[in-house]
Design a protein around this ligand. Structure first.
Ligand code: B4P
Length: 193
């Protein structure tokens, strides 16, 4: 299956993406993880990305689009994938549509994890990553509202969007996500719970 996990920072995309990967046996592809790996390796791209990430800003579209283009054309993504944290802007969504058209791989579902702003601030302060200070979190929420939230309409208009309440027990949220994506087409091998 080809799934996008949408949601505000800290809404649980990474958390639920991991579980989906284990259940569906397809890779979870997180632009946040790819960027943090580049930062850890201290590459030129990583050094540039770090400045944006530490400020709560998005990394440039062409950078993340290039990363996704490279990642989705690897063989393990041929049977499906879970995109976690991408797309985050309209140009990223358009670029993804073009890439998937080229690969002949249409999206199956876009799941939006809904979590309120104050719960997000609480969660991210508790997570304590280097980009999880209160000022940065509030900046990231503003960036989310301005650039990523409009993607809900983009995917709603395409009949792909499912809204899942993302607050409460993580296992219960996972079952809601599984219900939202519906039964896997028979070409996919779904692992038992
Ligand atoms: P990401 O790595 O995508 O991180 P995130 O949005 O902060 O977190 P996520 O939603 O995955 O939350 P998680 O499961 O970890 O982005 C980091 C930065 O990278 C961005 O700010 C940006 O600069 C850059 N970036 C990434 N993608 C980009 C793109 N496409 N374009 C441009 N820039 C990009 O959960 C958060 C915490 O909540 C965890 O501690 C978790 O344990 C907890 N939690 C999860 N579910 C919970 C629940 N149900 N109840 C209580 N706590 C819960």
């Amino acid at each position: 299956m080809r799934i996008i996990l949408l949601g505000a920072p800290g809404s649980g995309k990474g958390t639920q993406g991991q579980r989906l990967m284990a259940r569906l046996n397809i890779p979870q592809i997180s632009t946040g993880d790819l960027l943090r790996a580049a930062v850890a390796e201290d590459t030129a791209l990583g050094r540039k990305a770090k400045v944006a990430m530490d400020a709560g800003q998005l990394v440039a579209d062409e950078v993340v689009i290039g990363m996704i283009d490279e990642r989705l054309t690897q063989s393990d993504a041929g049977d499906g994938f879970i995109l976690d944290g991408f797309p985050r802007t309209q140009p990223q969504a358009v670029a993804l549509d073009e890439l998937l058209r080229r690969l002949g791989q249409p999206l199956d579902r876009v799941v939006n994890l809904e979590v309120g702003g104050e719960e997000i601030v609480k969660r991210l302060l508790a997570r304590g990553r280097s980009d999880d200070s209160e000022t940065t979190i509030r900046e990231r929420l503003e960036v989310y509202t301005a650039h990523t939230k409009p993607l809900l309409d983009y995917y709603r208009e395409r009949g792909l969007l499912a809204i899942v309440p993302g607050v409460g027990d993580m296992d219960a949220i996972f079952e809601r996500v599984m219900t939202a994506i519906g039964p896997a087409p028979s070409r996919y091998h779904v692992l038992p719970a």
